[in-house]
Each structure stands twice: as C-alpha cells, then as structure tokens.
Design a protein around this ligand. Structure first.
Ligand SMILES: [Ca+2]
Length: 483
C-alpha cells in the first residue's frame, strides 16, 4: 500500500491511506480527531497517607453520615504502613488507577495525617491534608518524545469528603515539581489563597492556571474535571507531563460532623484519570489496552513498531527514524528481512531506495541467496547473476564453477571467479564467463584451445603444445628450446 504524506504547514500533518482515510495525530496537532485515552491507567502511584498507615482505624462513609446511627455499619482499615512488606492496605493507592469504579483509595483521617504525617508538614498552614503522586510513564528510560500531552484530568471522589481546593504540580524528573493547575470550589480563592488569577487557559508555557469546580457535601463523591482541551496550539508544550502531584486542601466538613468527628474526616478517590493522546510518536493508527500489561499501547502505523511506535519495522530503515514521519522501505531485492540506517552510507550515496534511486542510508543485513552488498544487489564471491535474470529471483545468483586448472585469477577480485553480472564491464565476456589461462577456452575455461592438449593446473598456460609426441608446456617454450 502506498502512503501519501501531505504537509500543510509546520504544525500539522495528515497521512492518507488510499481506500480508507486515516488521520494520525501529531504532537502539536490540536484540531484533528485524536481521541485521548486514560494514560494514568495502572501506572505507578502512591499516596500520603493511606487509611491504616499509622494504626488500624475505623471509619464512616459519607452515606453513613446521612443514615440513622443504628444503620451505620462498622467499618475499618487494616494497619498497613507504606514501608511494610506483605501487608496490603484495605484501600491502596493503586485502586485509583485500576479502571474499576467500585474500588478506591482512602486516606487516613485528617487528625492522623496531622498527628503522624511528616511529608505534608511544610504546607500544613495551607491545610494540606493529602497528596497523590503518579508517574505516567510505563518505562523510565525513554526519550522526551514519549511524554504525554494531557487534555483532561478527572478525579472521581468516593463516598467521602471533598477537598475544597486542589493543587496539581508537574515534574519531568520526579524531584522538582512546579505548580501547574490550581482548582478551587470558590473562584475567588484563586487569587486570595493560591497565587494565581482565575483563568482556564495558560498564557505562557510556564504559567499556572486556576480553575473552579463544583463541590458539595452530599454523597456520592464529587467528580472534579479539569479540561485542558482549549489550550492554544502555541502553548501545547504546557500540556507536556510525566510526574504529577495532586494535593488536597481544606476538607469540606459535613454538618453536624465537624472537624472533631474523626471517623468522617478522610478522602476517598475511586479513579484518577489523566486523558492524553497516546504517546506514539505521531505514528499511531489507534490505541488499545493490552491484554498482558493492562495498559494502553499503540497500534502502530507508518511502518513503525514498539510500544510507543518509536522505531521502524526491520525492513523500513532507509532513513533515520523521525517523529511523525512514516518509515521508508529499504531495497534489498527480496534477499534480506532487515536493514539498518547508516549516515555515512547516505552521505556517500551508496544505497538504492525502492525506486532504484540513490537516496537514504539503508544497509541490508544478512543477505540471503548468495547475494551481497549494501542492497544485496550483487553476488557473493564465486557466484554470478546470469544475463537477463531478474535481481529479485530466488536463484538470482548461481555458482561460477570455473575449471580450476584452466582458469586464471580475475584481475579485479584476485579470485578464480567469473564475470558477476551484466553490470560488470568485461570486454567480450558475458556473466558467468571465467578468466581463462592463455591456452584454454570455453566459458568455464575447461577446454584446451585448438592445437593444445593436456589441461593441467600446474601449467601456467593451462594446456601444452605437442611436439614429436611430447607435451611442451607452451609454444614459446618449444621455439625457445628447439629452434
Ligand atoms: Ca478504582
């Protein structure tokens, strides 16, 4: 199938496949039909502090708070400190990214977080009560091209209290975090509590936006959505993320269960979702959840492969891999199953592309069928391609089979071989013809010339002249010795 790439400008590209039109999303394409997926699914996540982190504790749900006391079941979280092995928390952080709406992470009580927690201590005056940290990468050692461009973040709270303020920080190294998004239940708090004016789109790539959301004190828990789809194309880099910190501030208390009602004062999150374009180097034809890893993986197009479509298929390395551009086939005349790109080959115009032009730097690997060369375009030593035989034929190369006694070395190769193909100039010779000693003839140098006999490998001329019934090595020797 041929692929036509239409570049409209520096910021957009479309790739059209004949018969069916396929639009492939690019890193800075904003207004085409890219369907974002939840890239937080099953990613490494941790939370400060999980219910049961400091001691076994009982808790009450938000629904319980609206029930008669006699109807409130006893509930508890098992003691499961974060550094303990073999002890599983009742409501672990992983439950926020498992894609299951009936599982959730639950924080310890506000009281215990303040009493025992140390990580959140520095922001306690801001009423920081819980923090979630997520690494959106599957692999840690991959290039920046695989970072995500987030388009929407949703936090579905469970049957518990809702934060009245949130701060979402981002990081590319996991160490240094910078404020990215503030979210508040009262827009006025943007400027008074957080150092940012209310705005839903950034005005620079280092900007922090502040948005609002609706929070109430009724079950079920609130769904908090931060929509980033309207970020201008010029500020697309602002959406690039890897690590996120999500901080919860200022728990919304339920009357009459005030801040002293310890069992009610916690958070629960059923799902934390970060929607982004699949990180497929602009090569994807789709994105699907893997049956083996449970994570979104790219369905690669453009002759690419890899979890992130980050490299070319084995036989498509005529050019160096480039973001957003389909890989181009090498020309190995059907005699190799892989090739690699080499810059020096491209610089020297040593490689033929599939159109037979010297473009690109593809080098075929492990040429089969007795072929050799950058493009498997010639035969190995002692083989040749018969005149008129197509280069892609399985028997493109056949043995020279020169008669060893009658053949000389090929001056071009220093071997007892033959004219290798029509492409190799050889005056008066055709492909397969060997280089005969002086007194020998025939395509394979297996016949003495007329008047000469006794083909011998030890004879530098191959055959001898006969005089008085005796072989004479050569005519010249006869005349020199007898006359
Ligand atoms: Ca869940």
């Amino acid at each position: 199938m041929s692929i036509n790439v239409l570049k409209l400008d520096n910021q957009k590209f479309w790739i059209f496949y004949p018969a069916t039109v396929l639009i492939i999303c690019g890193i800075i394409v904003h207004d085409v039909n890219c369907v974002p997926v939840n890239v937080a699914l099953n990613k490494p996540i941790k939370a400060y502090y999980t219910c049961g982190a400091f001691e076994r504790e009982s808790y009450t749900t938000l629904t319980d708070a609206y029930s008669a006391v006699s109807n409130r079941p006893k509930r508890s979280c098992s003691y499961a400190p974060a550094n303990a092995t073999g002890v599983k928390a009742t409501f672990p952080a992983e439950a926020m990214v498992d894609g299951v709406s009936t599982t959730w992470w639950q924080s310890t009580s506000r009281f215990r977080s303040y009493e025992y927690g140390t990580v959140l201590f520095n922001e306690r005056s801001m009423e920081l009560e819980a923090m979630i940290n997520i690494d959106l990468y599957l692999l840690h050692l991959i290039s920046l091209l695989q970072e995500f461009l987030a388009s929407k973040i949703t936090i579905q709270n469970g049957d518990a209290l809702t934060p009245q303020r949130m701060a979402i920080e981002k990081s590319t190294d996991g160490n240094t975090y910078t404020p990215w998004i503030y979210a508040v239940s009262l827009p006025d708090w943007c400027g008074t509590i957080f150092p940012s004016a209310y705005k839903t789109v950034p005005s620079s790539v280092t900007d922090t936006i502040c948005v609002d959301y609706v929070a109430d004190d009724k079950p079920p828990g609130d769904a908090i959505t931060v929509d980033l789809s309207e970020v201008p194309i010029a500020l697309k880099e602002w959406q690039r993320i890897r690590y996120l910190n999500v901080k919860f501030y200022d728990m919304m208390f339920v009357y009459p269960f005030n801040s002293l009602a310890n069992s009610y004062n916690h958070y629960a999150v059923t799902e934390l979702s970060v929607f982004a374009e699949c990180p497929c180097n602009g090569q994807q034809s789709g994105c699907e959840i893997s049956n083996t890893t449970g994570m979104y993986e790219c369905i690669c197009g453009g002759n690419t492969k890899g979890m992130f479509c980050e490299s070319c298929l084995p036989l498509f390395n005529q050019y160096q891999f480039k973001y957003g551009e389909p890989c181009v086939a090498c020309n190995c005349f059907g005699h190799a199953s892989s090739c690699f790109y080499q810059a020096s080959v491209e610089a020297g115009n040593f490689s033929l592309d599939s159109e037979g032009k010297r473009r690109g730097g593809g080098v075929c690997v492990d040429c089969q069928n007795f072929t050799a060369g950058v493009n498997c375009e010639k035969c190995v030593a002692l083989y040749y391609r018969p005149s008129g035989r197509i280069q892609t034929a399985g028997d493109a190369c056949v043995p020279c089979l020169c008669n060893a006694s009658g053949s000389d070395l090929n001056p071009a190769t220093g071997l007892v071989d033959c004219v290798m193909s029509d492409d190799v100039a050889a005056e008066g010779k055709k492909p397969g013809d060997c280089y005969c000693k002086a007194n020998v003839m025939g395509s394979k140098c297996d016949t003495c010339k007329q008047g000469f006999y006794n083909l011998q490998s030890s004879n530098l001329q191959g055959c001898s002249f006969v005089h008085n019934g005796t072989f004479v090595a050569s005519v010249n020797n006869y005349f020199m010795s007898e006359h």
